[in-house]
Design a binder for this molecule. Sequence first.
Ligand code: CAA
Length: 242
Amino acid sequence: MSRVALVTGGTRGIGEAISLRLKEEGYKVAASYVSRDEDAQKFMKKTGVHVYKFDVAIFDQCSEKIKEIEKDLGPVEILINNAGVTRDGMLHKMDVRQWGDVIRTNLDSCFNMSKCVIDSMREKGFGRIINISSVNGQAGQAGQTNYSATKAGMIGFTKSLALETANKGITVNCVAPGYIDTEMVQAVPKEILDKIVKSKIPLGRLGKPEEIAEAVLYLIKDESGFITGTTLNVNGGQYNVP
Ligand code: CAA
């Protein structure tokens, strides 16, 4: 039996690695994306992962597209809330839009997406929800009050939803990546990034997207059904550095 998994932001970066790893493992995978149509179509042709265009920050779009996914592939049994953006800036220079864009895409999306799949998971008596948080939601990061607030928020969301769904065979967990070699991290000015890697990451390197995908795969397995409400850190030891 191949389960249906939906990965938001699943055509690029960490999301791409998750989509590919799950597909390789035999899951039926749908990946959402919001822009770059041409790249998404190429990705679908190359990988066989189904792609769907919608904005995870907008509830009605999520609801409509999840219905389409369920018609194409079957009920979503595994949801990976991965889509996220940064709009870095010190709070004294941050505008309302930088704040709101990040809150809506990173955190409202967890509500929107989970809300749209939770009824069918409850009926089925099985579900896996993984929220991709961040070390910066745990440790904080100058320039990221918006992003850190969403990533810490996802951890609270996860713990509460895990309690609500435990008696229905649904587990809800976070994976908290550290600095992973993706476009998002490469957008940090090189001298700042080099300093972070040198001073904050004991393993002395950026992580690979595939290393996050492996952690996600572990948590979604049927055999991992006793793990819920927790956060799996994949950060090269970063959080342990004072
Ligand atoms: N801690 C404390 N203070 C800092 C600081 C830090 N790390 N970095 C800069 N400052 C201070 C500066 O000393 C300066 O102080 P004064 O005004 O008193 O002189 C002030 O903050 C402003 O500094 P800048 O002029 O350099 O600020 P800027 O506006 O040009 O840039 C920034 C600020 C955009 C936040 C830049 O520092 C930056 O990009 N930092 C990296 C942020 C980061 O790590 N983002 C992670 C992105 S990847 C990701 O998010 C994925 C994930 O999950 C891990």
